[in-house]
Design a protein around this ligand. Sequence first.
Ligand code: GLA
Length: 324
Amino acid sequence: MNYNIFKLKNNFITATFTDYGARILSLVVYGKDVLFGFENINGYIENADGYHGAVCGRFANRIKDGKFCLNGKTYQLNKNSSGQHLHGGLNGFDKKIWDSKLNEDSITFSYISQNGEENYPGSFNVSITYTLDENRLRLDYKYYSDKDTIANITNHAYFNLDGDNNSILDHKLMINADFYTPIDEHIIPTGEILKVNNSLFDFRELKPIRENFDKFSDTEQFKFASGIDHNFVLNKMEDCDCVLLGTKSGIKMTIKTDRQGLQVYTGNFMNNLKGKNGLVYDKHSAIALETQLFPASTSFAHFTDPVIKKGKIYKSYTVLEFDK
Ligand code: GLA
């Protein structure tokens, strides 16, 4: 495979990327690489089902039975996860070599997904620009299609802000979300939108993740996912959407996005992964915070609208800010 590696560096952040899946490979802040990943590209290929650092699409997260209806026509997408369509299907954006353009403080990856790829309608043009701006990494997505289609694009980086492989449960988390979308036993949203009050999902105040795990590990929602693998409905009223704090390193990451959903995945399926820097990653040793539309939003009219209108340009952004 013909892939390339790129580096961006300023006084606060050193980051490396690859055009294989438009991935972030490493993110060094305050002397620590806070991103989980592998020693070399083979690690990413062998552990493709983790989507480490990759851009996921055309539709990130799950679509029930891989089926959706658009303009009166039903489409059957490829199924790649227990009968569901997950993160774009068998050969999603994470597995493509993207075009690249390196600038002084940014890199843009772009990719054209052909009409019919994974059975999606429309030729779909997508780009992501990663920009370093002092202590911030900015992700700007842009996409359009020549036919009506659906899209949900995200980045699937896993963080451990202590830069080690100890349990992420000791990190502190705050999510500005009063509601979440519960799942069924296949990790598909049921369509309900419930209050986080007194549940596994109440992170309205910064607190150790472990606090909620200890209290709510015997609930159905916890058991369905072996932890959190859920979409939070962002309030969108506050300055920031989410804060993650590494309690040992003191490194704090603040997330701001224009997306309405945050898929939080506490690394529940990670098992004995031989990562970079000699670290072996097990269950709950890193966390993915995926800014996106609600999963399965193709199934529910009251969820975020995933329809992309022919010829219209769509943009979205996520900013990760690092402080200590
Ligand atoms: C997402 C999903 C999880 C899992 C990971 C990748 O976060 O919601 O269920 O598939 O991606 O392993």
